[in-house]
Write a protein of this length. Structure first.
Length: 256
């Protein structure tokens, strides 16, 4: 699943993101723009976030529901993402298919959702019960279908130190990244002083694009919701368009 490579590229755009289960469209866009994705699976697993669940919004329900993978945490709340298992995940994915057919099957491109899910089930059959691997496969399949797939490297293969801002800067340094793409959540902790002076740090400006395209109401929902309503061509156009980014040095006040 991983392209394990420490090759340094002259110009290399890096993203660092935890594995997400059938991710949001903004996550796919950020990863699709990169030359390399570091799958951050060596950090603590957090319940009720994005690693083991995704939100589905049926046509008649604005609140939606969660498709959730049941998890087994070997050392409780101290478990790292890489350690989390999904018992009987194949059966659970089949149940999810039934839910998706009911929720999204009647929408204009609902059949494309089911086509994606059928291939996902097939690919997942060759994986272990690792939550990280299953969620990463769901992302890589979407990228292969609708965009491009960057080099994919597990954080287990990367030497890094520190936490939060220091961790991100350390991974960028080890990977030889010339540019790092951050999302809005990192504005709360990133410090430019942790990065090498030659590393450009940019922010993914997803909200501007979402507002322009009428996608803001689906900001925290799986990309499957957009696929069911607008189709694969729309997804491909969005993921392959130039990424809207702002230089953090000039547009955002960061902690010094």
């Amino acid at each position: 699943m991983y392209v394990v490579s420490n090759q340094k590229k002259e110009d290399m755009r890096l993203v660092i993101h935890q594995p997400n289960f059938v991710p949001r469209l903004k996550v796919l866009q950020k990863i699709a723009c990169a030359d390399r994705w570091i799958v951050l699976e060596t950090v603590q697993y957090v319940k009720q976030e994005w690693q083991n669940r995704c939100k589905i919004l049926p046509r008649t329900d604005t609140h939606g529901f969660w498709l959730t993978l049941p998890t087994c945490l070997p050392v409780g709340s101290r478990s790292k993402i890489e350690e989390v298992a999904v018992p009987n995940y194949k059966r659970q994915l089949e149940r999810h298919r039934v839910q998706l057919r009911s929720a999204l099957g009647g929408l204009p491109y609902g059949w494309q959702v089911l086509d994606y899910w059928d291939e996902f089930i097939t690919l997942a059959e060759s994986e272990s019960e690792s939550l990280s691997q299953i969620s990463t496969v769901s992302t890589l399949l979407a990228l292969r279908r609708y965009a491009k797939t960057p080099d994919v490297v597990s954080s287990k293969m990367v030497a890094y130190t520190g936490a939060k801002s220091e961790l991100v800067a350390s991974i960028c340094r080890h990977s030889g990244a010339t540019e790092y793409i951050a999302d809005s959540g990192s504005l709360n902790y990133l410090r430019l002083s942790d990065f090498d002076p030659d590393t450009i740090v940019r922010w993914q400006d997803w909200d501007s694009q979402a507002n322009n395209l009428g996608l803001q109401s689906w900001r925290d929902a799986s990309f499957l919701n957009v696929l069911a309503r607008k189709g694969a061509d729309f997804i491909q156009e969005l993921l392959n368009a130039p990424l809207l980014v702002d230089k953090l040095e000039t547009s955002i006040m960061l902690k010094s």
